[in-house]
Design a protein around this ligand. Structure first.
Ligand SMILES: C[C@H](O)[C@H](O)[C@@H](O)C(=O)CO
Length: 497
């Protein structure tokens, strides 16, 4: 696709748990155009007994992508970065990284609630922060770090979330962006400021954190050494740095009768609200109140998502999730996996279809599925423990995941109705998972609502529209969403009953 002369180009750096992308985007004749200019791997490695992100690899991937933009004549006027939430980097006074960027799936927070709850009463914490209870929330990761390496917290001067860290590498600005800060479990949900009482109770030094900066803020130009490497200059603008915040912005819905589902490694299902919901009922259902663009709230549930499918696929294909960890092989062999290797996602969907009417259900939100040595065994064990049929083939295993995910979506929609008092007309699914027609149909059937699938580029697109709003191309999120609706195909799935 050729960018017309005079079009204003922006670059979205969008990094997920297994890969990163650099997208160039512009508006042409009222439609948003996108081009993926670069894709790079995001690999975790074992460092000192922990699963860690490779920060250098990520930063080089960003620089490579920006250089490709310039080489293709798509030098952007602004750049925004979004990534997954909860994970962070510590810097010392001189700007050296302290410790490692440990992944949220690392075992350091196993059993953390037993160790943390006395200091951080869960009901008290939820009433202040409105953050769902997940062992990998930044606040719990920091408590685990303090127990293992108190010297690191003492040495550290600043905490940057992963996108903040990359912004710092690009510009030299050390800041904390608001939407990603809201995944930490340390923000006051009402004010959007760091909650001093929570920080003190958790033993986290307040000096680590700076006043959260809102998405849409223009930060700085690229640092001189970065400019030299990329071959152009640009402003770095804060998008909604948490990828889920960006994904929700890209949902082409108007009004408040839609459920949003950002479908990728996680399934993030919820709605946009003007105020947080901090009630005991909301806590009991483990809904989270994450911060969004223009202080809107993303009221949602983190559902285990396509991670279960990705993990089974890796296991069947004998691929390790973390470099340096042996992939589990025996479980794949037990269900006849090796016979068909390598499996693509399309193969697995087809096998699930062929396994119908097999049905077994697991609670996809069970912590047993967060980072098991073998996802295949974890699912089979959960079925056996619940007296369900135990999947014996890759197809039956896939059916179990699909049916269980659709059930979990249906339960979340019911809970959203009860907790928000809203009635819903449709479920909008964005992200890579929106391409899975099999899951879309199961979701429509289980929820009894039409599914509107697309755009596939949820997170990157949301990143771009905040840059476009900052540049004055769109006057509002509603205007940008209307442009998304006319720019990308949306596929409809009606419930069978
Ligand atoms: C830790 C998860 O990645 C996070 O909670 C989720 O919201 C996300 O960032 C999905 O990409």
């Amino acid at each position: 696709m050729k960018m017309p002369e005079g079009a204003r180009c922006h670059a979205a750096v969008d990094i997920g748990a297994s890969s990163g992308r650099v997208l160039a985007g512009w508006v042409d004749d009222g439609r948003i155009r996108l081009e993926e200019v670069h894709r790079f791997d995001n690999v975790q490695r074992r460092v000192d007994g922990h699963d860690c992100w490779d920060l250098e690899m990520l930063f080089q991937g960003v620089l490579d992508g920006l250089s490709v933009c310039a080489a293709r004549g798509l030098a952007p006027e602004s750049i925004g970065i979004d990534t997954w939430g909860c994970d962070f980097v510590l810097l010392d006074e001189a700007g050296a990284v302290v410790g490692d960027a440990v992944s949220y799936r690392d075992a350091r927070t196993d059993g953390i609630f037993e160790r943390a709850d006395a200091a951080l009463d869960p009901a008290w914490l939820y009433a202040r922060t409105g953050t769902q209870r997940q062992p990998f929330n930044t606040v719990y990761q920091l408590m685990a770090l303090r127990a293992e390496h108190p010297e690191q917290l003492e040495r550290a001067e600043r905490l940057l979330m992963i996108p903040d860290y990359l912004v710092w590498r690009l510009t030299g600005a050390r800041l904390n962006e608001y939407t990603d800060a809201s995944t930490t479990g340390m923000l006051d949900a009402r004010t959007g400021e760091w909650d001093g009482a929570v920080l003190r109770a958790a033993g986290i030094p307040e000096r680590l954190l700076a006043t959260p900066v809102m998405p849409g803020t223009v930060i700085r130009h690229l640092a001189p050494q970065v400019r030299e490497r990329t071959g152009f200059d640009a402003r770095v603008v804060l998008p909604a740095s948490h990828d889920t915040a960006s994904a929700f912005l890209a949902v082409p819905a108007q009004g408040d009768r839609s459920v949003f589902l950002s479908s990728g490694t996680w399934s993030l299902m919820g709605v946009e609200l003007a105020e947080p919901v901090l009630t005991p009922e909301s806590r009991a259902r483990n809904f989270t109140n994450e911060g969004g663009f223009e202080r809107r709230y993303r009221y949602l549930k983190n559902i285990m998502g396509l991670w279960m499918i990705q993990s089974v696929r890796r296991e069947l294909n004998g691929v390790a999730y973390v470099e340096g960890k042996e992939p589990a092989a025996t479980a794949a062999a037990r269900i006849g996996g090796a016979a068909h290797e390598p499996y693509g996602f399309g193969d697995l969907i087809e096998l699930a279809r062929q396994a119908e009417p097999f049905e077994a259900r697991v609670d996809v939100d069970d912590a047993a599925f967060l980072a098991p040595d073998s996802m295949i065994e974890a699912i089979r064990d959960a079925c056996a423990a619940a007296g369900q049929p135990v999947p014996a083939t890759p197809g039956e295993l896939m059916r179990t995941i699909y049916v269980s995910l659709a059930d979990s979506y249906a339960a979340s929609v019911e809970q959203l109705r009860a907790l928000t008092g809203r009635d819903f007309e449709a479920i909008h699914i964005t992200g890579g998972g929106s391409q899975d027609a099999y899951l879309n149909q199961l979701t429509a059937d289980a929820c009894g609502l039409p599914v509107l699938a697309g755009p596939v580029e949820g997170t990157g697109l949301g990143n771009l529209i905040v840059q476009m709003i900052a540049a004055g191309t769109f006057a509002s999120v509603d205007e940008a969403r209307a442009a998304i609706a006319r720019s990308f195909p949306i596929q409809r799935f009606d419930p069978a009953r």
